[in-house]
Design a protein around this ligand. Structure first.
Ligand code: PGA
Length: 261
């Protein structure tokens, strides 16, 4: 799976053309799920541009309530017909909008109610990694966001939750984690889901790596059997880069389907 997080880039005037170009340049043989997550105001243009392709559309956030007096916010039910995926708990929103694990858990509930497939982001800060606390921080995030999902694990499993491990120090910095770091965290995330008695079992949950992924380094992550794809920021605005990343993902998907990776 390769998901493009366009962040606060593109306008309704240019987003459709960029999405169409990326869709055309990322057609590969392997079974790769492709998702483009543009800003809210570009969702309709991107949906229209991708009609007839198998590239899905995702939002970058939703509110934790379905409606109400929340000026400037967008709720999950409002995305009906516009998006089928949603990114939740991105570290830029934790940092800039003060999102907490508790709120992200509530957003997850809203996503499930609206049948939006969630990509839940977790990851440690640089100081947390340097002080040897990265694993504890990430496990705590998984527990806090998903552990509160009492009684609804079934719906979450059916919908197909995806978790993105995004070490905060690697996002937009050009300093990516190693494939081995990412694989170790994916193992920890799945073990934490098992500990929570997550319905489908941790092994059934796809884990993506995100943080300065490019066409040049994507192969290092996809070579790890524990990693199922990438959440791509900066490079996802460049069709060349997306073509390279998805081509890599396609080769990996084919090899895994044939039992040779
Ligand atoms: P980046 O962003 O690829 O620009 O580091 C990744 C993300 O924020 O999802």
């Amino acid at each position: 799976m390769v998901a493009a997080n366009w962040k606060m880039h593109t306008t309704p005037a240019d987003a459709g053309a960029l999405a169409a170009t990326i869709a055309a340049r990322t057609r590969v043989d392997g079974p790769v799920i492709r998702v483009i997550c543009p800003p809210f105001v570009c969702l309709a243009a991107v949906r229209d541009a991708l009609a007839g392709s198998d590239v899905a559309v995702g939002a970058q956030n939703i509110h934790h309530e379905p409606l109400g007096a929340y000026t400037g916010e967008v709720s999950a039910p409002m995305l009906a017909g516009l998006a089928t995926w949603v990114i939740l708990g991105h570290s830029e929103r934790r940092r800039d909008a003060g999102e907490t694990d508790e709120q992200i858990g509530r957003k997850l509930r809203q996503a499930v109610a609206a049948k939006l497939r969630p990509i839940v982001c977790v990851g440690e800060q640089l100081a947390e990694r340097e002080s040897g606390r990265a694993a504890d921080i990430v496990a705590d995030q998984v527990r806090a966001i998903i552990g509160g999902y009492a009684g609804e694990g079934e719906a979450l499993a059916r919908l197909g939750i995806v978790i993105a491990y995004e070490p905060v120090w690697a996002i937009g910095t050009g300093r990516n984690a190693t494939g081995a770091d990412a694989a170790a965290m994916a193992g920890l995330i799945r073990a934490t889901l098992d500990e929570l008695e997550f319905t489908a079992g941790g092994a059934a949950v796809p884990v993506l790596y995100g943080g300065s992924v490019t066409a040049a380094n994507a192969g290092e992550f996809f070579a790890e059997p524990a990693i199922d794809g990438a959440l791509v920021g900066g490079a996802s605005l460049k069709p060349e880069e997306m073509a390279g990343i998805v081509a890599r993902a396609g080769l990996t998907a084919q090899a895994r389907a044939n039992g040779i990776a």
